[in-house]
Design a protein around this ligand. Structure first.
Ligand SMILES: [Zn+2]
Length: 288
């Protein structure tokens, strides 16, 4: 599933190619792509508008359009967004934007979970505030902010990272990679982090995502970049999908467990399991 580095790779490739181009024709071939909005309404809302900027929030790719409208797209499991030069339609085509200059932006999706929504710009902030937490590659991600959103949470760190409302853009791959870099066990309760753990996790998140960006994302499934090419992050994984192989830091055997229904890879030797901090009420009773 595409995560922040994959979506940001697509964004960086599209930005110089489609900024300033006009959407001459929009065709939605799958009504699930725009549900609950009817496809015709979405086509009408974006046709004729110029793309003013290409942005990203979490795993969402945003086409900022003239007239204060934004087309927000989410790739979900198997969505791909590829820029073509006008030749034939690819397999699993769900939507097609014909741009001036003979460029065609296509959204393909084998499993059809990807979706798109058109929003007036004044509703953008509210839309994402309800869905996404702090952007990890911005100045807003600090150890203090991580500790603040994790405070009192008993969920495992792995689940905490997957929940987009705390930190945006992290999925199964980069959660595993970030926790290994931070030397933190995925089953540690999120609220058990001390300030120094939050700082380690912050660094781990940033380093894991930047490694993903450097290698153009990970193509362990259907992910392709905006040029239709694979990324190479899967060759750089420290722990993810490396069950039974040696930990690159300490040499112990990497293990796979299931956390919240998701395969989770970690090193049982050098990723420290934090203990749950005693609850305030229990501590007060002990003191009395
Ligand atoms: Zn290790």
């Amino acid at each position: 599933m595409p995560e922040l580095p994959e979506v940001e790779t697509i964004r960086r490739q599209l930005e110089p190619e489609i900024t300033g181009r006009r959407i001459l024709e929009a065709t939605v071939l799958d009504e699930r792509w725009t549900r609950p909005e009817p496809p015709r309404d979405v086509e009408r809302a974006i046709t004729g508008r110029t793309i003013e900027a290409v942005e990203r929030r979490g795993k969402y790719l945003l086409l900022r359009l003239e007239g204060d409208r934004t087309l927000a797209m989410h790739l979900r499991m198997t969505g791909n967004l590829v820029l073509q030069d006008g030749s034939g339609d690819p397999a699993y085509l769900r939507a097609r934007l014909r741009l001036n200059g003979d460029r065609v932006l296509v959204f393909t999706d084998v499993r059809r979970f990807g979706h798109a929504v058109v929003l007036p710009d004044e509703e953008l902030e509210e839309y994402f505030a309800a869905r996404l937490g702090v952007e990890p590659l911005s100045d807003s991600l600090t150890a203090e902010e991580l500790c603040r959103v994790a405070a009192g949470r008993r969920v495992p760190l792995k689940s905490f990272l997957l929940n987009q409302l705390g930190v945006a853009g992290i999925g199964n791959i980069y959660a595993d990679e970030a926790l290994h870099r931070a030397e933190l066990h995925p089953l540690s309760p999120a609220g058990s982090m001390k300030p120094e753990d939050c700082e380690r996790l912050r660094v781990g998140i940033v380093e894991a995502l930047e490694a993903g960006l450097r290698s153009g994302g990970a193509s362990i499934d259907d992910y392709r970049d905006a040029r239709g090419e694979e990324g190479s992050m899967q060759d750089e994984f420290l722990v993810h999908t490396r069950e039974g192989k040696p930990c690159p830091r300490c040499g112990a055997e990497i293990r796979r467990i299931v956390v919240g229904g998701r395969s989770t890879y970690f090193c049982p030797s050098c990723q420290r399991r934090l203990r749950r901090r005693p609850r305030r009420r229990a501590r007060r009773r002990a003191a009395s």
